[in-house]
Write a protein that binds this ligand. Sequence first.
Ligand code: TXA
Ligand code: MG
Length: 350
Amino acid sequence: MDTKVIRIDPENIDITKINEAGDILRKGGLVAFPTETVYGLGGNACDAGASEAIYAAKGRPSDNPLIVHICDYSQLESIAADLPSEAKKLSDAFWPGPMTLIVNKNGVIPHETTGGLDTVAVRFPSHPIANALIRESGCMIAAPSANTSGRPSPTKAEHVIHDLSGRIDAIIDGGPVQIGLESTIVDLTEGLPTILRPGYINKQMLEEVVGEVKVDPGILGTENVHVRPKAPGMRYKHYAPKGDLKIVSGEPDRVIAEINRLAAEGEADSRKVGIIATEETKDLYHAGHVISIGDRTDEYEIAHNLFDVLRRMDEYGAELIYSEEFSTPRIGNAIMNRLLKAAAHQVIEV
Ligand code: TXA
Ligand code: MG
């Protein structure tokens, strides 16, 4: 299949191009598009065949449910059964934006889209291209991240082209995304709201709106690897670069010394070594291929660059990758959740 790349300027949206993409969706085809978090691989959420095609294109297990993207709160009401009061409060505070709500579903969204579950994940994105596409197509859009299953999520159109070219009808290139980590997922189907995946909207921000919020014990960190996460997608190996990634954690000087030691050891063994460093530390490494993830004081920049850096390690052909730790104050949980999964929870404490 020929995949058409459609370039659209998010600041000056060409509606005829949006309609071209909307036509593809209405006919059951697949279109990748930018959102403020990561690129999504979209299909008509009400069309069971389109959802099956999404799973096939990504190579994703079909029991891993998709997120339904909407452009109006009333669409949530149209697909949910018994909406809890927190849904209105959270959506007033954070929609459009990088938050996904899990609610009980009625019969409008087919089980093919929800991986067989009776609940549905819903998100109202803020990206102008995503908004225009949902509105003009007239479809609620089912969209997982537009990467091959298991690979880092795409934050640029080039990442989508690399993974999915030839497998889907079209890719809208709207430039790099803003946030770079997938949305915060909040489950509203069991008593207290529960974070199933951390993201830009953190626990404290949610608690300011709805009071106490729980965190799914399955996503917390290294000590909890044996607890099964509730979001099916958080159970799979994910975000992984091809090389063997390890996180080195501890006091900064000792982390640098240990990474230098490991990199020299790897190179002595003729292995290609990659190092994930920051602007502050990148010149302190004496071996390995060093990539800076950004300024350590700017956690939003680190989040924005994480998946791109993991992909660049693959392009370099890194066999062994050592990363500093990024437990930053506001979204450090979200960053480390992705990095720990990419590293299969391998952490070297120094
Ligand atoms: O930012 C995002 O959320 C991006 C953009 C494209 O919107 N989408 C995204 O989708 O990250 P995906 O499919 O890569 O991740 C969705 C996650 C998976 O871990 C899935 O298991 C979980 O949401 N999920 C979806 N529906 C669910 C449900 N009904 N119950 C529990 N988890 C659910
Ligand atoms: Mg994904």
